[in-house]
Each structure stands twice: as C-alpha cells, then as structure tokens.
Design a protein around this ligand. Structure first.
Ligand SMILES: [Zn+2]
Length: 106
C-alpha cells in the first residue's frame, strides 16, 4: 500500500534528524520480518484554519503474527482554500490501539 513512507526522521540530540526505516515489526523488532499493511482508516477534522488528518494503518507481521498500527497525524494550515502541510508524525499503537509512543516525523 502506498502513502506510508519508507523512512521516518528521528531527532538525535544535536545531530539533527536521522532517517530510520519505518516498515519493520514494532512488536518483535525483527527488522527483516515482512510487514503487511492490511487496512487503513482515516479521519479528518477542521479546527479554525487548521485541519488534522489522522490515518491508522493496520499492519501484521509474518514473523510473530502480531498486529499493530502505524498512526499518521498530519496537520495542515488552510490558506486561501489550499491545504499546506505543516507537520506529519507517526506513532506506533498496539493491537488494541494503545499508544506505544511517538516514532518520528516525515
Ligand atoms: Zn513481529
């Protein structure tokens, strides 16, 4: 499935941001396991001149068989009717959608 980036950027103190691969299993941490995206849910809400878009990608791991989610949050400003992307972040959620933490930006 497209749209989910291959890499995210993680802050490393003073060294700025380093890209790390995104598509590996965040349950068993097996970086060579094959991850399948099996579903996608998105929602959008507008607050004043900003739009918050939230997309949950459901993923399964071929190695451990677990399910987890990549949650992408995108914030846009709307200027003269045009959406401009301000920031995009990715969190990892477990199979019950408990937030396991922020992973990075892209
Ligand atoms: Zn796994």
């Amino acid at each position: 499935m497209e749209e989910l980036p291959d890499k995210v950027f993680v802050p490393l103190g003073r060294r700025g941001f380093d890209p790390i691969p995104l598509k590996y299993c965040h349950v068993c941490k097996n970086r060579s396991a094959c991850i399948k995206i099996v579903g996608k849910e998105s929602s959008e809400k507008q607050e004043g001149n900003s739009i918050l878009e939230e997309i949950d990608y459901k993923a399964t791991c071929d190695s451990c068989g677990e399910t987890f989610y990549f949650r992408v949050r995108k914030i846009y400003d709307v200027i003269d009717g045009e959406k401009r992307l301000i920031t995009a972040t990715i969190n990892i959620l477990d199979d019950k959608k408990n937030d396991l933490g922020w992973l990075g930006n892209f």
